[in-house]
Design a protein around this ligand. Structure first.
Ligand code: IMP
Ligand code: MG
Length: 182
């Protein structure tokens, strides 16, 4: 098992790259099924920074015409949620009247999703769906349905494939979990 050190913490391999790719294949297939033949050019909303790798992989697998819009939200500090979600960068394009697929790296407490749904409603999106690479069901406290979940994980802190610990670890190809023994 491979270990990586980020600042004061050690992480060990948790989900290898190939398994991430398989999960993205399955998720893209479901989205393609739901959107096949559409002519409205739905929007993929990349939630920076964590979602950058997932969005890039997902997009390559989508078989309908779609647009890409980004925004940036922050809520985490170190290994925990602050409970407050801040929009650090607004939507990069107008989404009024469009169907939007929110592309998230991970849904944890769900605070970010609630905020995103509000932002999209405020900008008059026609519809918004949620697609997340990872989901921590034991931590989720909201009742907004998650339309596409690539992988469910226990309530542990992870990094890699876009996810960070104080901005480090995003470049890792695999997903790592905090090694409590180290
Ligand atoms: P939520 O608002 O609590 O659902 O948290 C969502 C955001 O917190 C995600 O988009 C991530 O940026 C961050 N986050 C949640 N869990 C983790 C984790 O285990 N590692 C790194 N970032 C995380
Ligand atoms: Mg995020």
């Amino acid at each position: 098992m491979e270990r990586v050190r980020l600042y004061d913490k050690t992480f060990k391999t948790f989900i290898p790259h190939e398994r991430i790719m398989e999960a993205i294949d399955r998720t893209a297939a479901k989205i393609n099924e739901d959107f096949r033949g559409c002519t409205d050019n739905p929007v993929l909303l990349c939630v920076l920074n964590g979602s950058i790798m997932f969005t890039a992989e997902l997009m390559q697998r989508l078989e309908f015409n779609c647009e890409l819009v980004s925004t940036k939200l922050t809520s985490y500090q170190g290994t925990g949620s602050t409970g407050k979600v801040k929009q650090a960068m607004g939507l990069t394009a107008d989404i009024a009247g469009k169907r939007v697929i929110i592309v998230e790296d991970i849904v944890d407490t769900g605070n970010t999703i609630v905020e995103l749904k509000k932002i999209l409603a405020g900008h008059e999106a026609a519809e918004s769906k949620v697609c997340t690479l990872l989901f921590k069901p034991d931590s989720y406290t909201k009742d907004i349905p998650l339309d596409y979940v690539a992988m469910e994980i226990p309530n542990d802190f992870i990094v890699g494939f876009g996810l960070d610990y104080n901005e480090l670890g995003r470049n890792l190809k695999d997903i790592y979990v905090l090694d409590e023994e180290a």
